[in-house]
Structures are given as structure tokens and as C-alpha cells.
Design a protein. Structure first.
Ligand code: 3PG
Length: 397
């Protein structure tokens, strides 16, 4: 793929796909603008090089219909404040009115198109819709790493329909860190995988087995592994249909000489409630009507020791139900262990990202990816549609 730096942007209509799918509160206030801030270098670069900037993004999952609460209006305001320049929001993404407004853009002026997912054609990667988007531009830039795993019209189809297409600075940075961590890592390479469901991470675990030196598993997904070892998990969440596969994966890891770490103690409660009574118990002693909701302190120490000598760390998924204080300590302690290490640390996935922000340790992590699903897809070893449409991960200069 080409980099934006290789293109002449002066006077050109530059259509940029970004991922402004930012969290909003009930009053449509943006609660975290990281995804907006992360693409500012690309947007500023286009404006500085006298491009006529057309920005497009999705927000949420409106399922092909106009949903006022998912308008990009709050994003237009925040972006304007960050760029210190008013950002016009178009009423839609295609059609005569949008074409007219884009046609009238002067050099270094910009417009933000309304939520792409108000159109059912977007997620269907409809060729006509992709062509209409492409017709708005002379140059297409993908700087939307977080949605690049989706073969949607604005990510995939448009890249194939525009005369010139290239990657923005954020997309390049994300892929560069990922390569550094997983393709040519300094060793030991430690992967920490957590979260609720082993089913959603199984592909990633399988792929990681051929790359990592140590694999640490936490969160509710660890339960399926513990069950495969014969532990009684009480009422803990277990994906029964995956217990056998989890056992096999663990055996394979051991056979291949990968150090495999599971919780040795857990925080249990009878219900998922901030006020619930909690206990810390070894995994051998989970009471029948209790459930494991976080890793325990002995596990936190074990995991901290396991990553102590790491040279590269990749982390995806929390260690427990960290959104509830009583079950957040395992994840918080993992944040500090990763932050304290001297390793190159790459963290991805919405929840993990929130945990790091809430502890104020962001600056002590080498790189926090803006991607959730896209990051996971890379962990699975699968290419991203949006990157493939640009010609693949190798930067052509
Ligand atoms: C994300 O938040 O991971 C991206 O914006 C993609 O959103 P999606 O999962 O709704 O496609």
C-alpha cells in the first residue's frame, strides 16, 4: 500500500475514511475523543498540503436507517475545536446536495459527511454506493484502522474505485506496531488474553500459539480452560461446548514448549452486583453457588512474575468484570504490571483500553491501539479488508 506522503494533494478532493465511532453519554456528549485526536495528523497534513478535505465515518450501528442519536454532529463540534476551525456537517453522504457542497470546497477547506451507516448500502459494500463515494474524490485515504476489518463500501469498495488510494498516518502506525510486536518481536514475547468469551478469541489463541513464548489467560474465558482441567467452577460462566477444545489448545501449548498461565485463585460472588459479598478462593475451592468474576491476588502476582522478563507484550481483554469496582483489581493490577515492565507493550481492544485510561497509565504503555475487532482480527492472523484493498500491509514507496 502507498502512504499518504507519496501523493500530491494540492487542490485535490481528498476523501478520508476515519473511525469516529466514539463513545457518547446519554446526552450525546463524547466521553473519550481518542479516536478523533489520533487522526488529527492526517487531517492536518491534508489541510497543510492544500487538499479539499472530505471526511467520512460511521457511528454506532444504526442498521441502515437515520437515527438522530447517532448523528456525527457532536463529532463535528469536537473536531472543529481540536482543529480550531469550523467543521461543516453534510446532511448525508451521497447525492446532489453533498456533491454540490464538496464541489464548492476551497483548498484547505473541509466537510464531514453524516454517518455512513445511515445507508444500508454501506455495510453491504454496495458497488454503486462505493462508486458514488469515490466520485466525490480525486484521492482516497484510509485512516480508519478500527474499522478496516469490515468489507464495507467506504472501507473496501471505495478504495478500489478511486484513481489514487493510500493509507493515512494512523493506519500506518497501527500496522507498524503490530508487525513489530508479532512478526519480528524481541523475545520473550508474552500474550495476555482476557475477556468474557473464549469463543470470540479462539482464533486469536490458535494463531498466537505459533508466535508467543508465554500465553497468559484471564477473565471469564479462563473458566473454560480451568474446567477442562477438571476444576469445579460453581456457577461461573463456562462455554461448555468449548471446554474440550480449550483443553486441547492448552495441551498443544505445553507440547510446543509455550509457558501457559491460568488463574490460580479468583474473586467470587453469588451475583454480579457491586454490593455483592465477595471472597477470594483458590480455583480448587470455588463454592457451588458462587461465580468467579475476577482473578485473585495470587494470580496477579503470578502473572506479574510471568511478564517481568518480557521484551514484548501484547494484551487484549480484561482479567475480570472490571467495570464493577469489586471485580476490577485483577485488571488494574495487570495494567500496572504491564506499565512497570521494560517491554514493548501493545494493547488493543475497547475494554482493555478503558481500563488503562481509568488508571491513568496510558503514557506508560508503548502503544494503545484504536482498534477492537480489527486488532483481534490481526491477532487471528487474518488480513484486514480495508488494508488488502490498498494493496496489503507492505508500504510501497
Ligand atoms: C469499533 O468500534 O470496533 C469499530 O468502529 C467498528 O465498529 P463495528 O464493530 O460496529 O463494525
Amino acid at each position: 500500500m502507498r502512504s499518504i506522503k507519496e501523493l500530491n494533494l494540492e487542490g485535490k478532493r481528498v476523501l478520508v475514511r476515519v473511525d469516529f465511532n466514539v463513545p457518547l453519554d446519554e446526552h450525546q456528549n463524547i466521553t473519550d475523543d481518542t479516536r478523533i485526536r489520533e487522526v488529527l495528523p492526517t487531517l492536518r497534513y491534508i489541510l497543510d498540503h492544500k487538499g479539499r478535505l472530505v471526511i467520512m465515518s460511521h457511528m454506532g450501528r444504526p442498521k441502515g436507517k437515520r437515527v438522530e442519536e447517532l448523528s456525527l454532529a457532536p463529532v463535528a463540534k469536537r473536531l472543529g475545536r481540536l482543529l480550531e476551525q469550523e467543521v461543516d456537517l453534510a446532511a448525508g453522504c451521497v447525492g446532489p446536495e453533498v456533491e454540490d457542497r464538496v464541489g464548492k470546497l476551497g483548498e484547505a477547506e473541509m466537510i464531514l459527511l453524516e454517518n455512513l451507516r445511515f445507508y444500508p448500502e454501506e455495510e453491504k459494500n454496495d458497488p454503486q454506493f462505493a462508486k458514488k463515494l469515490a466520485n466525490l474524490a480525486d484521492v482516497y485515504i484510509n485512516d480508519a484502522f478500527a474499522v478496516s476489518h469490515r468489507a464495507h463500501a467506504s472501507v473496501e469498495g471505495v478504495a478500489r474505485n478511486c484513481a489514487e488510494a493510500a493509507a493515512g498516518f494512523l493506519l500506518i502506525k497501527e500496522l507498524k506496531y503490530f508487525k513489530e510486536a508479532l512478526e519480528n518481536p524481541r523475545r520473550p514475547l508474552v500474550a495476555i488474553i482476557g475477556g468474557a468469551k473464549v469463543s470470540s478469541k479462539f482464533g486469536a489463541l490458535e494463531n498466537l500459539l505459533s508466535r508467543v513464548d508465554k500465553l497468559i489467560i484471564g477473565g471469564a474465558m479462563a473458566n473454560s480452560f480451568l474446567k477442562s482441567m477438571g476444576f469445579d467452577l460453581g456457577r461461573s460462566k463456562v462455554e461448555d461446548e468449548l471446554v474440550e477444545a480449550a483443553g486441547e489448545l492448552r495441551q498443544r501449548a505445553i507440547r510446543e514448549g509455550i509457558k501457559f498461565y491460568l488463574p490460580v485463585d479468583v474473586v467470587v460472588a453469588r451475583e454480579v452486583d457491586p454490593k455483592a459479598e465477595t471472597k477470594i478462593v483458590p480455583v480448587q475451592e470455588i463454592p457451588a453457588d458462587w461465580m468467579a468474576l475476577d482473578i485473585g491476588p495470587a494470580t496477579s502476582r503470578l502473572f506479574a512474575e510471568a511478564i517481568y522478563n518480557a521484551k514484548t507484550i501484547v494484551w487484549n481483554g480484561p482479567m475480570g468484570m472490571f467495570e464493577i469496582d469489586a471485580f476490577s483489581r485483577g485488571t488494574v493490577s495487570m495494567v500496572y504490571s504491564v506499565a512497570d515492565s521494560y517491554a514493548l507493550s501493545i494493547v488493543g481492544g475497547g475494554d482493555t483500553d478503558v481500563a488503562i485510561h481509568s488508571t491513568g497509565q496510558t503514557d506508560r504503555i508503548s502503544y494503545i491501539s484504536t482498534g477492537g475487532g480489527a486488532f483481534l482480527q490481526l491477532l487471528e492472523g487474518k488480513p484486514l479488508s480495508g488494508v488488502e484493498a490498498l494493496g496489503g500491509t507492505e508500504i510501497v514507496e
